[in-house]
Design a protein around this ligand. Structure first.
Ligand SMILES: [Zn+2]
Ligand SMILES: [Zn+2]
Length: 153
Protein backbone atom coordinates (compact mmCIF):
# COMPACT_ATOMS: atom_id res chain seq x y z
CA UNK A 1 0.00 0.00 0.00
CA UNK A 2 2.76 2.39 0.97
CA UNK A 3 4.82 1.23 -2.01
CA UNK A 4 2.00 2.05 -4.38
CA UNK A 5 1.63 5.48 -2.80
CA UNK A 6 5.37 6.01 -3.10
CA UNK A 7 5.44 5.16 -6.80
CA UNK A 8 2.54 7.54 -7.46
CA UNK A 9 4.54 10.31 -5.81
CA UNK A 10 7.60 9.44 -7.90
CA UNK A 11 5.62 9.35 -11.15
CA UNK A 12 3.85 12.58 -10.22
CA UNK A 13 7.20 14.14 -9.34
CA UNK A 14 8.66 13.08 -12.69
CA UNK A 15 5.68 14.53 -14.55
CA UNK A 16 6.13 17.76 -12.61
CA UNK A 17 9.83 17.81 -13.39
CA UNK A 18 9.27 17.28 -17.11
CA UNK A 19 6.52 19.93 -17.14
CA UNK A 20 8.76 22.32 -15.18
CA UNK A 21 11.61 21.88 -17.65
CA UNK A 22 9.34 22.06 -20.69
CA UNK A 23 7.65 25.28 -19.52
CA UNK A 24 10.98 26.95 -18.79
CA UNK A 25 12.28 25.82 -22.19
CA UNK A 26 9.13 27.07 -23.93
CA UNK A 27 9.43 30.44 -22.16
CA UNK A 28 13.07 30.74 -23.26
CA UNK A 29 12.19 29.93 -26.89
CA UNK A 30 9.25 32.32 -26.76
CA UNK A 31 11.45 35.07 -25.33
CA UNK A 32 13.99 34.48 -28.11
CA UNK A 33 11.30 34.84 -30.75
CA UNK A 34 10.17 38.16 -29.27
CA UNK A 35 13.34 40.01 -28.45
CA UNK A 36 17.08 39.81 -28.99
CA UNK A 37 17.78 41.12 -25.49
CA UNK A 38 19.74 38.41 -23.57
CA UNK A 39 18.68 39.85 -20.19
CA UNK A 40 15.06 39.16 -21.09
CA UNK A 41 15.94 35.61 -22.19
CA UNK A 42 17.62 35.06 -18.81
CA UNK A 43 14.57 36.51 -17.03
CA UNK A 44 12.20 34.23 -18.97
CA UNK A 45 14.20 31.14 -18.10
CA UNK A 46 14.87 32.16 -14.48
CA UNK A 47 11.35 33.18 -13.51
CA UNK A 48 9.99 29.88 -14.86
CA UNK A 49 12.63 27.79 -13.10
CA UNK A 50 12.17 29.61 -9.78
CA UNK A 51 8.38 29.88 -9.80
CA UNK A 52 6.84 27.09 -11.89
CA UNK A 53 3.42 28.05 -13.38
CA UNK A 54 3.28 31.36 -11.47
CA UNK A 55 6.46 32.41 -13.27
CA UNK A 56 4.85 31.50 -16.59
CA UNK A 57 1.89 33.72 -15.79
CA UNK A 58 4.21 36.61 -14.89
CA UNK A 59 6.25 35.99 -18.04
CA UNK A 60 3.18 36.00 -20.33
CA UNK A 61 2.06 39.29 -18.76
CA UNK A 62 5.35 41.12 -19.27
CA UNK A 63 6.59 39.65 -22.57
CA UNK A 64 6.55 41.83 -25.71
CA UNK A 65 3.21 41.37 -27.43
CA UNK A 66 4.65 41.12 -30.94
CA UNK A 67 7.16 38.49 -32.06
CA UNK A 68 10.20 39.57 -34.05
CA UNK A 69 8.80 37.91 -37.19
CA UNK A 70 5.49 39.74 -36.78
CA UNK A 71 7.34 42.99 -36.10
CA UNK A 72 9.35 42.61 -39.32
CA UNK A 73 6.28 41.89 -41.42
CA UNK A 74 4.50 44.89 -39.88
CA UNK A 75 7.49 47.04 -40.76
CA UNK A 76 7.52 45.73 -44.32
CA UNK A 77 3.80 46.33 -44.67
CA UNK A 78 4.14 49.93 -43.49
CA UNK A 79 6.96 50.44 -45.96
CA UNK A 80 4.93 48.96 -48.81
CA UNK A 81 2.00 51.22 -47.94
CA UNK A 82 4.13 54.36 -47.92
CA UNK A 83 5.59 53.31 -51.30
CA UNK A 84 2.13 52.98 -52.82
CA UNK A 85 1.15 56.39 -51.56
CA UNK A 86 4.25 58.25 -52.69
CA UNK A 87 5.82 56.53 -55.70
CA UNK A 88 3.73 53.79 -57.25
CA UNK A 89 0.72 56.03 -57.52
CA UNK A 90 2.71 58.51 -59.61
CA UNK A 91 3.97 58.39 -63.18
CA UNK A 92 5.59 60.91 -65.49
CA UNK A 93 3.36 62.82 -67.85
CA UNK A 94 3.92 61.43 -71.39
CA UNK A 95 4.09 64.95 -72.77
CA UNK A 96 6.05 67.06 -70.27
CA UNK A 97 7.53 64.41 -67.93
CA UNK A 98 6.30 65.92 -64.67
CA UNK A 99 5.05 63.54 -61.95
CA UNK A 100 1.29 63.10 -62.04
CA UNK A 101 -1.05 60.57 -60.47
CA UNK A 102 -1.68 57.30 -62.24
CA UNK A 103 -5.36 57.72 -62.94
CA UNK A 104 -5.23 61.32 -64.16
CA UNK A 105 -6.81 61.61 -67.60
CA UNK A 106 -4.94 64.78 -68.41
CA UNK A 107 -1.79 66.48 -67.24
CA UNK A 108 -2.59 69.47 -64.99
CA UNK A 109 0.74 71.11 -65.89
CA UNK A 110 0.83 71.00 -69.70
CA UNK A 111 -2.88 70.20 -70.15
CA UNK A 112 -2.23 67.32 -72.53
CA UNK A 113 -5.15 64.94 -72.66
CA UNK A 114 -4.07 61.31 -72.96
CA UNK A 115 -6.96 59.35 -71.46
CA UNK A 116 -10.65 59.58 -70.75
CA UNK A 117 -13.08 58.12 -68.26
CA UNK A 118 -14.98 54.95 -68.99
CA UNK A 119 -18.67 55.94 -69.00
CA UNK A 120 -19.60 52.84 -67.00
CA UNK A 121 -16.95 52.29 -64.33
CA UNK A 122 -15.28 55.74 -64.49
CA UNK A 123 -11.76 54.39 -64.57
CA UNK A 124 -9.12 56.11 -66.69
CA UNK A 125 -8.83 54.48 -70.13
CA UNK A 126 -6.61 55.40 -73.08
CA UNK A 127 -8.06 57.43 -75.93
CA UNK A 128 -7.43 54.71 -78.55
CA UNK A 129 -9.00 51.79 -76.65
CA UNK A 130 -12.22 50.32 -78.05
CA UNK A 131 -13.16 48.41 -74.93
CA UNK A 132 -12.81 49.29 -71.27
CA UNK A 133 -10.27 46.80 -69.79
CA UNK A 134 -11.91 47.09 -66.35
CA UNK A 135 -15.58 46.48 -67.10
CA UNK A 136 -15.63 45.51 -70.83
CA UNK A 137 -17.90 48.39 -71.77
CA UNK A 138 -17.66 49.52 -75.39
CA UNK A 139 -15.94 52.89 -75.67
CA UNK A 140 -16.40 55.56 -78.29
CA UNK A 141 -13.15 55.80 -80.16
CA UNK A 142 -12.16 59.22 -81.37
CA UNK A 143 -8.84 58.43 -83.02
CA UNK A 144 -7.09 61.58 -84.19
CA UNK A 145 -6.62 61.58 -87.99
CA UNK A 146 -2.85 61.87 -87.76
CA UNK A 147 -2.56 58.86 -85.47
CA UNK A 148 -4.90 56.76 -87.63
CA UNK A 149 -2.82 57.54 -90.73
CA UNK A 150 0.37 56.53 -88.90
CA UNK A 151 -0.95 53.15 -87.80
CA UNK A 152 -2.05 52.27 -91.35
CA UNK A 153 1.44 52.79 -92.75
ZN1 LIG B 1 2.33 67.22 -68.78
ZN1 LIG C 1 -15.28 50.57 -67.56
Amino acid sequence: MLDKFGSIIIIGGLYGLVLWGALAYWALKDAQSRTENPTFHFFALGVNLLFPLLGLLVYVLVRPSVTLAEYRSLEMEAEALSHTASEENMRPCPACGREIEHDFVLCPYCQTRFAKRCPDCHKAVRLGWRLCPYCAATLEVAVPRAAAGQSRR
